[in-house]
Design a binder for this molecule. Structure first.
Ligand SMILES: Cc1cc2nc3c(=O)[nH]c(=O)nc-3n(C[C@H](O)[C@H](O)[C@H](O)COP(=O)(O)OP(=O)(O)OC[C@H]3O[C@@H](n4cnc5c(N)ncnc54)[C@H](O)[C@@H]3O)c2cc1C
Ligand code: SF4
Ligand code: SF4
Ligand code: SF4
Length: 379
């Protein structure tokens, strides 16, 4: 680790992070900085999902600079991460791409797309390849909380994005965010002395964790499997913006029963009406950090997943690494997941080509949006 730090000349610390990221509105609230600082018992930082990280005890800060280096918005370590995880243009290292779905009825009932994430994790837990999975579960409409699932059935709670009607009303009037600060919860792994954990997260979350792994620091050393969600953007809005949004969409947020993000944002109402909203129409409630974020396909995960490129009820699954392949093959062998069937090898090849073309188009779109946002910010 000392060698890694030496490569980066003068050590920058949280005050630099405050100036270069937080004050510029680029903090994505991943919680990585505070997670490391508290997991390593320095506790100089606190973290709140609404306010983000904050320096609470200057005397505790040993100026190690780790919080600065692991922030996904900081370029330091980009080349080290790319090298360690064999990144290649345009979507990162990968072995194969499929469309698959769960065969488990109770997963299919609640999942977002094909339920592949939940069934892969359930397989890995049942086979004791992992001791737990850091996921996020629904805490209300447009509100999720991080959750360490230790039993296969606990993963059912975390699958999908269906909103219960009762919590709907209780939660109304608060600030909403589809983003969940899962990384911050990583500190629990060390406290529980677990060393084989899976992490499900957005590209910014997986990237923060990969930077921690490059530096070989706690608690990232306990993450043995990463499942990365495709991600165009996440939303955060308060009651005032909710009202404006409802007017624009023509639907009351409290009537939304399911949220999905694929080629666009898909809202399903309690009465079963499906509403497709283009990203451009909801960009105004996307978190500012998301507008400057370049990673769509979760380039550094072991397995990346999304709905884009697959028929309804299926998950597009990009298998990138050896451990990713092992879990996927095992779950397929045990018939927990099933691949989309084609009439010929030619049709299967055509489907993969179409999937790659769609993913690559979104990868380019997100990178160019990030470039434009950063150029506008520094103008
Ligand atoms: C904020 C967000 C943006 C997305 N954007 C796109 C997109 O632009 N295009 C696209 O094709 N797909 C996108 N996805 C991925 C897609 O919605 C599905 O999650 C993915 O296809 C897996 O489906 P599944 O049925 O296999 O997962 P499931 O079996 O339903 O499991 C979903 C898993 O995701 C976890 N999860 C749910 N919400 C969050 C969250 N906010 N933060 C961290 N983990 C979470 C759950 O804990 C669960 O483990 C996005 C997902 C999220 C959460
Ligand atoms: S102790 Fe290290 S990780 Fe914590 S705030 Fe200071 S520089 Fe950052
Ligand atoms: S590491 Fe995450 S929470 Fe910390 S400043 Fe960077 S984006 Fe924000
Ligand atoms: S767009 Fe997705 S990956 Fe990027 S900062 Fe927002 S939530 Fe994170």
């Amino acid at each position: 680790m000392a060698e890694q730090l030496a490569n980066h000349g003068d050590i920058k610390n949280f005050q630099d992070l405050q100036r270069e990221v937080i004050d510029r509105g680029l903090c994505g609230r991943c919680g990585g900085c505070a997670s490391f600082c508290s997991a390593d018992d320095m506790n100089a930082l606190s973290f709140d999902r609404t306010d983000g990280p904050r320096l609470v005890c200057e005397d505790s800060c040993v100026k190690c600079g780790i919080c600065y280096l692991i922030c996904p918005q900081i370029k330091a370590l980009d080349s080290e991460v790319r090298e360690k995880f064999g990144w290649q243009a345009p979507i990162g290292n990968y072995r194969t791409i499929t469309s698959a779905r769960t065969t488990e009825a109770k997963v299919a009932e609640v999942c977002t797309d094909g339920g592949v994430v939940t069934s892969l994790l359930r397989y890995a837990l049942k086979k004791r390849i992992i001791q737990g999975a850091l996921v996020s579960r629904q805490a209300g409409p447009f509100l999720r909380q991080p959750f360490l699932a230790r039993e296969p059935d606990e993963l059912i709670e975390a699958a999908g994005t269906h909103f219960g009607e009762v919590e709907h009303l209780d939660e109304f009037g608060k600030a909403y965010s589809t983003y969940c600060p899962t990384i911050h919860e990583m500190k629990k792994i060390g406290q529980l002395q677990l060393n084989r954990i899976a992490l499900v997260g957005t590209p910014c979350q997986i990237y923060t964790m990969r930077k921690m792994q490059v530096l070989n620091i706690v608690p990232a050393d306990s993450i043995v499997l990463t499942i990365g969600l495709f991600c165009m953007e996440n939303f955060a809005f308060d009651a005032k913006v909710t009202a404006a949004l409802e007017k624009k969409l023509g639907v009351a947020i409290r009537d939304v029963a399911k949220l999905n993000i694929k080629d666009d944002v898909i809202l399903t109402t309690a009465s079963g009406e499906v509403l497709h909203v283009p990203f451009e129409a909801v960009d105004e409630v996307a978190r500012p950090a998301c507008m400057a974020c370049p990673d769509f396909a979760n380039d550094f995960a072991d397995i990346s997943v999304g709905g884009l490129g697959s028929p309804d009820g299926h998950t597009t699954t990009v298998i990138r690494t050896g451990i990713g392949q092992k879990i996927y093959n095992g779950a397929k062998h045990d018939r927990l997941i099933k691949e989309l069937r084609f009439r010929s090898k030619e049709k299967a090849r055509l489907h993969r080509t179409e999937q790659m073309a769609k993913i690559t188009a979104f990868v380019r779109r997100k990178k160019s949006r990030a470039r434009a946002a950063l150029a506008a910010e520094s103008a």
